[in-house]
Design a protein around this ligand. Structure first.
Ligand code: PLP
Length: 424
């Protein structure tokens, strides 16, 4: 056998920091050490029983399904998005995939043109673009604007990139910041996109986890002819491991769905039949499931706001989250004292805080921020979701006492950080 040759674009990808810190934290836990895990962001709640039962009922279904997914599921998704978001998706413009991540990957593979993201942004966009042999163009946002992209900043970047087709990836509610764009912010960005030949990939995986309780008009409302929406069951329905997501768009962008149908047919073929049937239940607008989504969102809101308040109290600044289950604290106030302990960047900061405070968090540099920014990504979900949800549904009030009782590790993490920074 000759020398083993591997694709250099893949070898250049580094192991995701999210997984690395997760493994490290789990190893520490295995050794019996208490670790407050604010690194890994997975919805902690159980999947709703009605969805589980539907999955069981269909476990015997073994046939391959159509490449774009079950027609009945695509119709149900269209109805669900009409009822909840006033989107006019048609079933023929929807493609079901094994998670929205795979749908994003395949569409980024299909679309030509440079890819723009606001920084900070979710970790996987960059590697997905790199696999395609392209680089991502970042636009640094500011803490004072809650890390949201401004329309003017997009204009500047478009001018640099020229007249050709460009792709902008937007994500609201946002991972890693918890920010939610207002309708007027969305309208202004959509207008710039329209005028500058920019397609918008609108990652709406957290759309139902919006603390205001009222869904916002998304990019699709203002710019349907240039927007592709991705979403799925992972966050709102706490079913990341089901691997069920989709992409949806307008008639104008139907050629993308057609190209996707070919790519899907040559790669994963179709999402499994039992999962697609379970998803039919998830998107049926069932009153119990909608109540469940609202209850989970209320608990995410409590935990996110609790953590941001406690960080702000010790001068580690972070905007209050408005959705999703993350916040992005900034440790700038302590820069000199941290430097004296050898902290030069956000990675050093995370290493130090895991060692000294037993709190696992992710460095902002993995989310496309400058390495020297002392910002980290905090996930707000280190608690037993089953217990917390059942307590809330039985009438317990969402307040600080609820955190002490059902989310003690969040409180433990903040006590540990507070005592470290008070002594620093
Ligand atoms: C911002 C964002 N987009 C997309 C995804 C992918 O979700 P899934 O592939 O489970 O649908 C995630 C999951 O962590 C995410 O945080």
């Amino acid at each position: 056998m000759g020398q083993l040759e591997l694709n250099q674009d893949i070898l250049n990808l580094k192991e995701s920091a999210t997984l690395k810190i997760n493994q490290l934290a789990l190893k520490m836990r295995e050794k019996g050490e208490e670790v407050f895990h604010l690194g890994f962001g997975q919805s902690p709640f159980p999947v709703h029983a009605k969805i589980i039962n539907k999955l069981k009922d269909h476990a015997h279904e073994k046939d391959y399904l159509p490449t774009l997914g079950l027609l009945s599921l695509r119709e149900e998704i269209a109805r669900y998005y009409q009822a909840n978001f006033q989107y006019d998706f048609l079933p023929e413009n929807i493609c079901i995939g094994p998670g929205s991540k795979e749908m994003l990957f395949q569409v980024l593979f299909i679309l030509e043109g440079p890819v723009i993201i606001p920084a900070p942004s979710w970790v996987s966009y960059g590697p997905q673009v790199n696999i395609r042999g392209k680089e991502i163009t970042t636009i640094q946002t500011s803490e004072s604007n809650k890390y949201k992209l401004k329309a003017g900043e997009l204009i500047e970047t478009c001018q640099k990139l020229g007249d050709g087709q460009k792709i902008l990836i937007m994500n609201s509610p946002n991972n890693p910041t918890g920010a939610v764009y207002t309708e007027s912010e969305i309208a202004s960005i959509a207008k710039v996109a329209k005028e500058n030949n920019v397609l918008i990939m609108s990652d709406e995986i957290y759309a139902q986890v919006d603390f205001s309780g009222t869904p916002k008009k998304g990019f699709y409302h203002f710019y349907p002819e240039g927007t592709l929406v991705t979403a799925g069951l992972s966050k709102s329905h706490s079913a990341g491991g089901y691997r069920m997501g989709f992409i949806a768009t307008s008639n104008e962008l139907n050629p993308v769905i057609k190209a996707l149908a070919s790519l899907v047919s040559e790669t994963f073929s179709a999402v499994s039949a039992p999962i697609q049937n379970a998803a039919l239940m998830a998107y049926s607008n069932d009153a119990d499931i909608q109540k469940y989504i609202q209850a989970c969102t209320d608990i995410h809101s409590l935990c996110g706001k609790y953590l941001s308040q406690r960080f702000n109290q010790i001068k580690i600044t972070t905007p209050d989250p408005e959705g999703a289950f993350y916040i992005m604290p900034n440790f700038e106030f302590y820069r000199e004292k941290l430097m004296a302990k050898g902290v030069k960047n956000s990675k050093d900061l995370c290493d130090l805080l895991l060692k000294e405070c037993k709190v696992a968090m992710l460095p902002g540099s993995d989310f496309y921020l400058d390495e020297t920014d002392l910002k980290v990504r905090v996930a707000t979900v280190d608690y037993d979701g089953e217990k917390a949800l059942s307590a809330y549904l039985s009438g317990e009030e969402l307040n600080e006492e609820f955190i002490s009782k059902y989310c003690p590790r969040l409180q433990g993490a903040m006590n540990s950080l507070e005592s470290f920074f008070n002594k620093l």
